[in-house]
Design a protein. Structure first.
Length: 280
């Protein structure tokens, strides 16, 4: 079994490697995930002077939006992957957001004092954390009494055709790894109550879960294929194992299936996220 440090290093390399794809598709991704970010911000009840910590920030959301809601506050964006945070810092500069800092660190070993943040967010990062229980304990540690933690994860793969279309086609050409509950993967935290149990063990209360629907909107089935093949982490990893002819077969199958979701000149493929909030 891989050590925590080995998993952490693997995640850092993986997400640094995906940074260019995320940067390219950032507007599309942010449009898709905006309903989730909005739901999280509402649940966190952000004040104008909020001191907020965003975990696994990637290209910056929802931390950047929180910084806008808290103009007299401060937001710290954190991630294992420096190249992701470089994009987040550039996004902040381009949007004129000055009340943010970035910090490369591991979620299970946060370099912040106890009770130093009013709120913590983790949007679609929980399932990739090397140590889920250890990280949740760290989130609770840095929260002030009464502070809230809000996370989002993907629901089961069957509820997320926006990614399942591609993975099902890829699976016809290459064996996809079985989901390991002890290792990072996209649907590791999908079961209802899974993250809530982590919150409870970390001492959080007033825990609530709810689902949020999203849509990935693309100009065409071909653009959908281009996006998932460059951005969705399990698809990128699997496609690296196939030759060009197999890749072409996968592409044709994905494009044909995505065409079923084409309406009025757009491809709109649904998905389902689960949000979880708790209070210290």
């Amino acid at each position: 079994m891989a050590s925590r440090d080995e998993i952490r290093d693997d995640q850092r390399q993986t997400w640094d490697g995906l940074a260019a794809g995320w940067d390219k598709w950032n507007p599309v991704i942010m449009d898709q995930l905006r309903p989730v970010g909005g739901a999280m911000i509402s649940a966190l009840d952000i004040a104008e002077d909020q001191h907020h910590l965003d975990i696994a920030s990637g290209t910056g959301e929802p931390g950047l939006s929180i910084a806008k809601v808290a103009p007299r506050g401060h937001v710290v964006l954190t991630d294992l992957a420096p190249q992701m945070l470089d994009i987040a810092a550039r996004q902040a500069q381009q949007q004129g957001i000055a009340n943010v800092d970035t910090r490369v660190c591991s979620a299970d070993d946060l370099p912040f004092p106890d009770a130093s943040f009013d709120s913590v967010s983790v949007r679609f990062g929980y399932m990739f954390l090397p140590d889920l229980a250890g990280a949740t304990a760290e989130f609770a540690r840095v929260l002030r009494p009464g502070g809230r933690l809000c996370a989002s994860v993907w629901a089961n793969i069957d509820e997320n055709p926006w990614v399942n279309i591609a993975l099902a086609a890829i699976a016809t050409e290459v064996e996809l790894p079985q989901a390991d509950p002890d290792r990072p993967n996209m649907f590791r935290c999908a079961a209802p109550g899974y993250v809530s149990a982590l919150y409870e063990r970390a001492g959080l209360g007033d825990i609530a879960e709810w689902e949020v629907g999203v849509h990935l909107v693309m100009q065409s089935p071909a653009r959908y294929w281009e996006m998932v093949s460059e951005h969705v982490s399990p698809a990128v990893a699997a496609l690296a194992q196939v030759d060009e002819s197999a890749r072409d077969r996968i592409a044709r199958a994905v494009i044909a299936e995505a065409s079923e979701y084409e309406v009025d000149g757009q491809v709109r493929i649904p998905g389902t996220a689960r949000c979880i909030v708790g209070t210290k």
